[in-house]
Design a protein around this ligand. Structure first.
Ligand code: PLP
Length: 397
């Protein structure tokens, strides 16, 4: 077996299952899960219909690069949303992927040179795939803590030149899971300059970019920052986008990677051998999804309603506020996060994820400690009910 497999950490949900061992939640309260970041709003009918309509495509092998129609739809969306001024070449700068999870993982396998003691720099807390991808690519993860004092943005200025020199890949997650924090354009530009200077790649995971609350300020993207600063060839920059959260279609397994043509050429080569082309019916459904903004605006409306209602109930009893984007609340707990999550399940039959399960211990502590992640994915009434139960638990601690 690959010995690096043994270095992978247990997934947070394995730890959560253990944490709940021995608890006896009340039977008269239905279980409410705020723990999993799986969208629960219905997938728009026109996306499902497009799949059905194109099932006859099963008799064809799809290509790894995807159809030109899909790449064109993606390019148009990217250009409109991130003001790229036509700087994206559909022939060389977009690859469809089967959800960003597999792409974020496989990307590291394709770009890391394991023979030069590489580092992969990433936020902490973080989406667990970044760490596993780094480990299995033969690199060492290097964590940058995201704490309230820095508005949950990594303190990039504190990173030494030596670390940037060893860094081959920097994962960004903006809007962040679990914090909802958005990295601003100037910081992105500074990072692009650093990437040029120290020759590393920025992989910007932007899968929550469409779930925001201020219509006047949609989250900025890495490619947008690159073009704004005159890096029109998008070199060293790659972004990851998904239909899972934007279009409530996590089962579709559809996203894309876009950016630096040289990097994507090599990633495409890797993927050709890896054998992970997107099926033609999924491509067809993805085209109509990327072409429509109405359902995305409606989706935002549903989240907005839930955040307003839940925050009204919770903010008097705990330190919690509206994130810039994403569908998570990253709330401070009055007792240890693990104890809080266990009590909440035991007494109120509500599951949340302890923050420390999403982060690693560092010399400066575990930045997830005394926080919980609540995904407001359940229907409004359920989210409200969960908020009242959380409030009840806190008031009776
Ligand atoms: C930060 C982040 N990136 C990527 C993903 C993967 O999403 P998908 O593979 O459905 O595109 C998730 C899913 O929860 C996520 O939270």
């Amino acid at each position: 077996m690959n010995p690096d497999l043994g270095k992978l950490h247990p997934y947070p949900f394995e730890k959560l299952a253990k944490l709940k061992d021995g608890t006896t939640p009340p039977h008269d309260l239905a279980h409410i899960a705020l723990s999993i970041g799986e969208p629960k709003h219905p997938t728009p009918g026109f996306i499902t219909e497009a799949i059905i309509e194109h099932l006859h495509g099963l008799s064809n092998y799809p290509t790894t690069i995807g159809t030109i129609e899909l790449r064109s739809a993606i390019a148009e969306w990217l250009d409109n949303r991130f003001h790229l001024d036509g700087n994206l070449d559909v022939r060389t700068q977009i690859i469809p992927v089967n959800g960003t999870r597999e792409a974020l993982f496989s990307f590291a396998q394709a770009v890391i040179d394991r023979h030069t003691d590489p580092l992969v720099v990433m936020p902490n807390p973080f989406y667990q795939i970044y760490e596993g991808a780094a480990i299995l690519a033969g690199a060492k993860p290097y964590f940058l803590n995201c704490i309230a004092e820095n508005n949950f943005i990594p303190d990039f200025d504190s990173v030494s030149a030596d670390v940037w020199e060893r860094c081959q890949l920097l994962y960004l997650c903006s809007p962040g899971n679990p914090t909802g924090a958005v990295i601003d354009k100037n910081t992105l530009i500074k990072l692009i300059e650093l990437a040029h200077k120290h020759d590393f790649i920025i992989a910007s995971d932007e899968c929550y970019s469409e779930i925001y609350f201020d219509d006047q300020q949609p989250p900025v993207g890495l490619l947008e920052a690159a073009v704004a600063a005159g890096f029109n060839d998008l070199s060293h920059c790659v972004v990851f986008h998904s239909l899972s959260k934007r279009s409530n279609a996590p089962g579709l397994r559809s996203g894309f990677v876009a950016g630096d043509a040289h990097i994507l050429k090599n990633f495409l080569r890797y993927r050709t051998y890896h054998g992970c082309a997107m099926s033609l019916q999924t491509q067809s459904a993805s085209i109509v999804a990327w072409q429509d903004e109405k359902h995305v605006a409606y989706n935002r409306e549903l989240y907005r309603e839930k955040f307003i209602a839940v925050l009204e109930i919770l903010s008097p009893v705990m330190n919690v506020s509206l994130p810039q984007a994403s569908f998570y609340l990253w709330a401070e707990t009055p007792i240890a996060d693990t104890d809080f999550a266990r009590h909440l399940f035991d007494k109120q039959n509500v599951t949340v994820l302890p923050g420390s399960f999403l982060a690693r211990d560092t010399d400066n502590g575990n930045p997830g400690q005394n926080r919980i992640r609540m995904a407001l994915v359940a229907p409004l009434e359920e989210c409200i009910e969960a908020a009242y139960r959380i409030r009840n638990l806190i008031e009776n601690l």
